[in-house]
Ligand binder design. Sequence first.
Ligand code: ASP
Length: 441
Amino acid sequence: MDPNPQTKKFLFHFKKIVHWTVHLMSTNSSSNLTIKILIGMFMGVFLGSIINYFQLSGEFIETYLLNGLIDIGGRVFLSSLKLLVVPMVFVSLVAGAGSLDDIKKLGRLGSKTFGLYVATTALAIALALFVSEIFDPGQGFIIQGSTSFQAEEAPSLVDVIVNIFPSNPVEAMVKAEMLQIIVFAILFGVGISLAGEAGKRILGTFNDLNEIIMKMVLILIELAPYGVFCLLTKVFSSQGLGAIIPMAKYFFIVLFCLVLHVVVVYSLILKVMGKLSPVKFFKKYYEVMLFAFSTSSSNATLPVNLEVTEKKLGVHNSVASFTIPLGATVNMDGTAIMQGVATVFVAQVYGVELGFQGYLMTILTATLASIGTAGVPGVGLVMLAMVFKQVGLPVEGIGLIIGVDRLLDMTRTAVNVCGDAIVSCIVAKSEGQFDETVFNS
Ligand code: ASP
């Protein structure tokens, strides 16, 4: 194959970018993993944007690079993260629930966590609706051509509730049904704590397994800079930043609300409810947010989230093993914010008056939708169909925002995981399961 001049030129620059990336990464000591991840992210965004901007194509770029090397790197990285999710959630939660000497504690932990998750999500949508009302995301937007969106069937509320309870634990694990695994693991852990000597023996094994899985997470995290580079190159090569222009108002309002929620609401919760320093929290936690940003998946971020929440933030395993996996599925403040702004945007574009009742309905359904949203890329958009149906908006409206959703998905996932860790800290502190010396170290 003799590459054409355009490909040759690209190859020349590509080699330079790869050379810089590897050079920058190798000149930073291994303790600076976060810096390496940031370099990987930056280089990925840069390379992907160049490919997209100059519309670079050809056999080499498409077949060998984007759909070859880069695709393999990104997918292997994602698979290796997902690989640990099910064993980690199960083992960690069994160890956590099994070590609780008082079963009543579990009930208290559950209700506090769930209550805080729902409250922060409702707050997030209320904030999104309020800001959207001020800045009018849909004003002046003209629909060009016909929009179409084939809504996938969103599950009914009854199904969402029934699906929490597994009939076959093995099937739940095979399908990675997070809530079902949580229910089974809690039951197993409670069984352990009630089983006396036999329970203690098996608990020791689960504690050992937990340590081993944590070590596996550390090994895989080392791959992150390269994985992140591949994932972002792929996204930005197909999603040019140009897609933002016609949707700029909507895009930046969602972004603004996400930042506001993290900087104001989360910081206040940490400071007022937890008496903890938000600066210290974010200094330790932003690495997890980078993971979430690059993978667009709360589930894939779970192993890193659990590791950091326990080892760097100081939340005891008996709390974190429950709150973090639960949060990956039921707590999605970022997704709820996108749904709030999207509702106002589509209502304004189609000239639908929402009214006070419409807003209340949006808060209610978007909270429920975010509980039923699995922590995987793009699901927030599927659940948005449920919100639109409830408030009487045309589901085709989703077709308008789909173009910029991939980029917003990355950002909202970072907020989703952050909310889980914040609630974990607050709950752990109130339960006396929080090591402040680790947090402040
Ligand atoms: N990607 C999001 C998450 O994993 C879900 C979504 O909003 O689509 O948390």
